[in-house]
Design a protein around this ligand. Structure first.
Ligand code: ZN
Length: 281
């Protein structure tokens, strides 16, 4: 229809331009529902076309798209998101305050609260970060919570999940010369999100980037150390976000060596934190 009408507009000249255009709009409105149905099936078809990703050369757009699809699978099958608006807004606010101070502020970030009592947090790719309610309850102040959010942002900015996806795809023989097919990529992304196999190097890198982001955003860096120390002292096996490699004590020592003034900055007030996270208690 557009192909028929646009040459017609050109032929008729400016005088008829608006008349024809309004006719076009009117016809469009009348045909609206039929056309919508048609265009939807067209886009569905388009979407079903198998996309192949070059993991060593993944664009930001592709990474965000994969992160979104992994999120859909996680939310449908693996995790329960908290529906509490106060908690979600709070965590998102902390995340959005940190992002501009990270070294990858040019992609959108999605911070979500997972309804789960275990003290954990994780990140996938393309800006998707997940914080458990159990972790929020274990923190004593905003700086402690923000230190974990900043650490997870560090995993995103260093593209750890993309590298892990590539390694796993190679190990499973799924990586062709063309790359990795979309559904396999999402499947691996979900497996990685559930198993979280961060290496010693990845954890130390996320700590370093996280500390930098946390401090630049104005938070007292003490939160990062005090939270790790507290979880370490609780005994038992450390939560998987404090993976056993490297040992938590090593991570704390490395962090301490990088911090000059642990109390410089904000976010150390416990009563304010308890008010903001009241829904947890
Ligand atoms: Zn980590």
């Amino acid at each position: 229809m557009k192909q028929m009408i646009f040459p017609l507009i050109r032929q008729l000249g400016k005088r008829w331009h608006y008349a024809v255009l309004s006719l076009f709009v009117a016809v469009g409105l009348i045909l609206g529902s039929a056309q919508t149905a048609q265009s939807f099936s067209f886009f569905d078809l388009f979407r079903q076309g198998v996309q192949v990703f070059q993991l060593s050369n993944l664009s930001d757009e592709q990474e965000v798209k994969l992160g979104r699809q992994i999120n859909e699978q996680l939310v449908n099958n693996e995790i329960t998101l908290s529906r509490n608006q106060q908690l979600n807004r709070y965590v998102d606010g902390i995340g959005q305050r940190l992002v501009p101070h990270s070294d990858r502020a040019d992609i959108p970030y999605t911070f979500q609260v997972v309804k789960d009592d275990s003290v954990n947090a994780f990140a996938t790719m393309g800006g998707f970060v997940y914080i458990h309610t159990g972790l929020m309850a274990a923190a004593d102040n905003e700086s402690e919570l923000a230190s974990v959010v900043a650490h997870e942002i560090g995993h995103i900015t260093a593209r750890h999940a993309v590298q892990q996806m590539k390694q796993r795809a190679i190990a499973q023989g799924l990586l062709s010369a063309a790359g990795l097919d979309e559904s396999a990529a999402v499947q691996i992304g979900v497996e990685l999100a559930v198993s979280r196999p961060n290496s010693r190097e990845d954890e130390l890198e996320a700590d370093k980037k996280g500390l930098d982001t946390l401090t630049k955003a104005g938070y007292a860096p003490l939160g990062m150390i005090s939270f790790m120390e507290k979880l370490q002292q609780q005994g038992g096996s450390p939560p998987s976000f404090l993976s056993t490699h490297p040992a938590v004590s090593d991570r704390i020592e490395i962090l301490k060596a990088q911090i000059d003034n642990p109390r410089q900055g904000n976010g150390l007030n416990t009563s304010i934190y308890q008010r903001r996270t009241q829904a947890l208690r």
